[in-house]
Design a protein around this ligand. Structure first.
Ligand code: IMP
Length: 429
């Protein structure tokens, strides 16, 4: 296996990165998150109990693997401690396996209040955020007023900074949004608890990564959300507030981009999107509902139903370009098993022009009409298939065609939730 690998969502998130990371984690020493916060979510099953993790990578279940939250991650101390406690209760030695950048930005209750008030005020133009305060936390970081993990180490200074920040945000909340002010004391209590629980986990992440790399340790960088939700390259303003694309690995972790070996774009065999924003291949009628039902397309963080549509190769070409994808990992192929006909969007038509990659202008993207290629379905179960040869011929043809249009080879195909339900087309060991 390459020494370093990036695994990220190549569509609008929820591609099933968790399973792919889990599969590859067997061979690595470090799993690193570099952006996003507890807006992400992946489901784990431990001892038959289902739990959803939002911040901690699923690598936490593997002995000998360190899980790192880089400085590009925004961390809600409360959400993180809740997750840690769930895992600790299951006997997972979280304190040995988890490390956090002391430079990571904190998500605090005023961010959540601002997120919710903003969305409410936007009405029909709302982004459809997860309501976790992620956008306002990144705003504070960029505005250079954020409280960070290391501020927890000196609570007197923390309180001073907090007073200034609260002064500002409470003015906006009460005067602009006519909303209640956020109280100071509960935040100070949260900070005290966070210092007690998290101080021992804080490290200099770039230094650790450089040393691990020198020692020939293998590192997986795990993206959250998907490339088309990237703040710079996604369908702005219907995006999340971080760089979800491969470039974000270097800035969000402090690991030099020259040392990134392979980049895997996790891609559903169709498309989904949660929240607002254009989605040219969206299927609003029966087939969309069928995909949603079979694919259990409900958000892991908010439980919201996901919008479903045909595979959008135009969007994926952009993603391949943005991320310099080495490989595709195709997930949820089995969700398409019962369909008679399957479509692939190969181009868009808009304003009398043909588009091979999506227009940068989101309003224009909203007007794009998909041009489809039609493929016969395989109409038999692919659930749990483990070899390429065992796939129905029409499924093989469909997958080959996706790779051909996007010009990225397929490394693996997932045919079910279990890690064994995977077709490996290349070796990662
Ligand atoms: P935020 O990240 O909560 O600010 O939400 C901004 C946009 O990103 C919304 O459309 C969310 O639905 C979307 N989003 C955030 N996290 C995820 C995720 O983990 N999967 C899919 N969409 C997400």
């Amino acid at each position: 296996m390459a020494k370093t690998m990036v695994i990220l969502g190549s569509q609008w998130g929820d591609e099933g990165k968790g399973k792919i990371v889990d599969l590859l984690t067997e061979h690595v020493q470090l799993v690193v998150r570099f952006q996003g916060g507890h807006n992400a979510g992946h489901t784990l099953v431990i001892d038959g109990m289902r739990m959803v993790l939002h911040l901690i990578p699923s690598g936490i279940l593997h002995a000998g693997v360190k899980c790192i939250l880089g400085q590009g991650v925004v961390i809600s101390p409360r959400a993180l401690i809740e997750e840690m406690d769930l895992l600790i209760a299951k006997g997972i030695p979280v304190m040995d396996r988890l490390r956090i950048s002391s430079a990571a930005t904190l998500v605090l209750p005023y961010h959540v209040a601002l997120d919710k008030m903003r969305e409410q005020a936007q009405g029909s133009k709302a982004v459809g955020t997860t309501g976790r305060g992620i956008g306002p936390a990144y705003e504070d970081k960029i505005a250079r007023r954020a409280l960070r993990m290391m501020d927890l180490l000196n609570l007197d200074k923390f309180a001073e900074k907090l007073d200034e920040i609260l002064d500002y945000h409470n003015f906006v909340l009460t005067q602009y949004y006519q909303a209640p002010a956020i109280a100071r004391e509960p935040i100070l209590q949260e900070a005290e608890m966070a210092r007690e629980r998290l101080a021992g986990l804080m490290i200099d992440v770039p230094a650790l990564l450089a040393k691990s790399y020198q020692n020939n340790e293998k590192i997986v960088f795990e993206g959250a959300q998907g490339a088309l939700l990237d703040i710079d390259h996604g369908t702005y303003p219907y995006v999340t507030s971080s760089n979800t694309t491969a470039g974000g690995v270097a800035t969000g972790s402090g690991f030099g981009p020259r040392f990134l070996d392979e980049i895997i774009g996790v891609t559903k065999a169709y498309c989904t999107r949660v929240g607002g924003g254009p989605f040219p291949t969206e299927l609003k009628e029966e087939i969309g509902q069928h995909i949603a039902k079979v694919g259990q397309e409900f958000g892991a963080t908010t439980g919201r139903p996901r919008r479903c549509g045909w595979f959008d190769a135009v969007a994926l070409r952009r993603s391949a370009q943005l991320n310099s994808l080495s490989w595709l990992a195709i997930t949820k192929l089995d969700v398409l098993d019962e369909l008679k006909e399957i479509k692939i969007c190969t181009q868009y038509q808009c304003q009398g022009k043909t588009w091979d990659v999506p227009p940068l202008d989101t309003e224009l993207l909203g007007q794009c009409e998909p041009v489809y290629e039609s493929w016969p379905g395989w109409e038999e179960s692919t659930r749990g298939i483990k070899t390429w040869e065992a796939l129905p011929l029409n499924a093989q043809k469909y997958l080959k065609r996706l790779a051909e249009i996007v010009e990225v080879p397929i490394a693996m195909v997932s045919t079910g939730a279990d890690r064994k339900e995977t077709i490996m087309l290349t070796k990662f060991e």
